[in-house]
Design a protein around this ligand. Structure first.
Ligand code: DHB
Ligand code: FE
Length: 279
């Protein structure tokens, strides 16, 4: 059967992608962050997944305010990097895994998660930057990609509990899939940041570090966290962190932390990464 073996929580800051694309990862500003990513890259080389489900949010690239699906599952054969205003990133096209993606769609919808199904969807920095963080700059991504896009742009986003429960349902669906596949799941976004308004520039290191810790130390506490608390403590765009709870739900109760790292600043955010392994 297929198994979710690996969970990765990661920031998806566009400037991290730009640092990679423009050969700046070793300069004084970026080196500490990329040094922190290296153990995850090394680990993934040794433990290569067959498929990565990448949970992320679109930033008005594939969708605009004309269409705001809460959860969108990409079932296409491939997904092109989006043009976010300065041309698409020169990263590989993501090859999909339509059979597993359609199995997920069926299982999740019959489990009463009303997924939107995308036969065509460009993927923006929310999805491509975590892939670059995890896999560097290969000619092809080393695994198949199933993008799972979440609305955290336009109020109301899904609750943290809804996200966690979706993750649990994803785990159940993957385990019911007949083919032997090693599946990783990425929860991306954040960490604390606010890009607009009076509190623009807000970063809350204490909140971010507690969030990383509680992904293993206090999952029920994280699942209960309300939107208003993310907004107050982590800034308006800190709400992206609810997407990490889909990843957490998909890993199961016994998941252990293999590695985590936190660094401030990365562009306007606190940047974190965590690697969880299923027991
Ligand atoms: C920034 C961070 C994000 O997560 C994002 O989607 C856009 C911008 C930033 O730090 O500038
Ligand atoms: Fe973002």
């Amino acid at each position: 059967m297929a198994r979710i073996t690996t969970g990765i929580g990661s920031s998806h800051v566009p400037a991290i992608g730009a640092a990679i694309d423009n050969g700046k990862t070793q300069n004084d500003y970026w080196k500490p962050l990329f040094d922190g990513y290296q153990p995850v890259r090394d680990w993934l080389k040794e433990n290569k997944p067959d498929v990565a489900i990448v949970v992320y949010n679109d930033h008005a690239s594939a969708f605009g305010l004309n269409l705001i699906p809460t959860f969108t599952l990409g079932v296409a054969e491939s997904f092109n990097p989006a043009d976010e205003g300065y041309g698409p990133r020169k990263v590989p096209v993501a090859e999909g895994e339509p059979d597993l993606a359609w199995h997920l769609a069926e299982s999740l919808i019959l489990d009463e998660f009303d997924m939107t199904i995308a036969n065509e969807m460009d993927i923006d920095h929310g999805c491509t930057v975590p892939l670059s963080i995890a896999f560097g700059e290969p000619a092809e991504w080393p695994c198949k990609i199933i993008p799972l896009c979440v609305n955290v742009i336009q109020y109301p986003p899904p609750t943290g509990k809804r996200c966690f429960d979706l993750g649990v349902a994803i785990r159940k669906a993957v385990e019911a899939y007949g083919e032997d596949l090693n599946v990783a799941i990425f929860g991306t976004g954040g960490m604390s940041h606010q890009l607009q308004g009076e509190r623009a520039g807000l970063v809350n290191e204490e909140f971010d570090r507690a969030f990383l810790r509680d992904l293993t130390a206090d999952v029920p506490g994280l699942v209960k966290k309300q939107h208003v608390e993310y907004m107050r403590e982590a800034g308006s765009e800190g709400i992206e962190l609810v997407m990490w709870l889909i990843m957490r739900g998909a890993l199961g109760d016994a998941a252990k932390e293999t590695y985590s790292f936190y660094h401030v600043p990365a562009s306007n955010t606190g940047a974190g990464i965590i690697l969880l392994e299923d027991e």
